[in-house]
Design a protein. Structure first.
Length: 244
C-alpha cells in the first residue's frame, strides 16, 4: 500500500480569512474583544500549524488598535504568555516554533524584553496559588482526580506545582478568562475527551455563559477544519452542563 498523500498546506490568504471568520463569530461583546486571537493561536499551535502564528501576528498589528509600538509590545506579551501557558498542554516545541517565527518578523522597536517569571520559586506560595486556581476550575471534582493520582505522584506533583503553580495560575498578563480560553483551545484541538470535558465545565464555572461557550467551541472547530484535525471525540457544553 502506498503512503497517504498529505493535504495541501493552507495559504496565507486562507489563514487571514480564518482569522476574520473567528473574530466575527467570537462572542466579543460578552467575553471580550481582545480574546478571539488567544483561542486562535492556541488552536493553531495545538493543531500543528504553529507556522501560521506569524501570519496572525501580522494580521493583528495591521489593525488600528496596534498602531503604536507600545500597543504592539503589549500584544506581544499576551501572545507570548498564551504560548507559555500552552507549553504543558501541547509541548514546548510547537510553542517555540511559533515564537521563533513571530520573532523573525517583529520590528526591532517592537521587541519586548520583559520576563514574566523572573524570581519564580517552586515553593508553598506557588503551590497555594496553583491550588486556588485549580479549585475554581474543578471544585468538588478535584478530589476524584487527587485520588486517581495518589498512586501516580509524579503527575500529581507536576500538575499542582508546575502546570498550575508555574503556568496556569499566573494571571499577571492573561487574566482568568484569557487563561481558561487558552487551556480549553489547546486541549480541545487535540481531540481529548476527558480533559475537554473538564475545561468546558471550567469555562462555565468561571462565568462564561452556556451559549458563549458553545460559540467558542464552534470557533475552535473552525480552526480544526483549517488544520485538518478531526474533533470527533470531544463533548459539547450541553453534555457537561448538568455538572457545572
Amino acid at each position: 500500500m502506498g503512503k497517504a498523500q498529505p493535504l495541501p498546506e493552507p495559504s496565507e490568504e486562507e489563514a487571514v480569512a480564518l482569522f476574520n471568520a473567528i473574530e466575527a463569530k467570537f462572542p466579543s461583546k460578552t467575553v471580550g474583544n481582545d480574546k478571539w486571537y488567544l483561542i486562535t493561536i492556541a488552536a493553531l499551535c495545538g493543531g500543528s500549524k504553529p507556522d501560521f502564528a506569524p501570519t496572525l501576528y501580522k494580521h493583528l498589528v495591521s489593525k488600528p488598535e496596534y498602531a503604536s509600538s507600545d500597543s504592539r509590545k503589549a500584544l506581544m506579551r499576551r501572545l507570548r504568555e498564551a504560548l507559555v501557558k500552552l507549553v504543558p498542554l501541547i509541548g514546548v516545541c510547537k510553542c517555540l516554533e511559533a515564537i521563533f517565527d513571530i520573532e523573525a518578523i517583529t520590528r526591532p522597536e517592537d521587541k519586548d524584553y520583559s520576563f514574566s517569571r523572573e524570581g519564580w520559586q517552586c515553593d508553598e506560595a506557588n503551590r497555594n496559588r496553583g491550588h486556588a486556581w485549580q479549585d475554581r476550575i474543578y471544585l468538588h471534582n478535584q478530589g476524584k482526580i487527587d485520588e486517581t493520582l495518589s498512586s501516580q505522584r509524579d503527575f500529581d506533583w507536576l500538575s499542582k506545582n508546575i502546570t498550575y503553580g508555574l503556568y496556569l495560575s499566573d494571571h499577571t498578563i492573561l487574566n482568568d478568562v484569557d487563561t481558561e480560553l487558552v487551556v480549553l483551545s489547546g486541549i480541545m484541538i487535540q481531540n481529548l475527551p476527558r480533559e475537554t470535558h473538564w475545561h468546558l465545565r471550567g469555562t462555565r464555572r468561571i462565568g462564561i455563559s452556556n451559549s458563549d461557550t458553545e460559540t467558542i467551541q464552534q470557533c475552535i472547530e473552525t480552526v480544526a477544519d483549517f488544520c485538518g484535525v478531526c474533533l470527533n471525540k470531544v463533548p459539547r457544553v450541553a453534555d457537561i452542563e448538568h455538572e457545572v
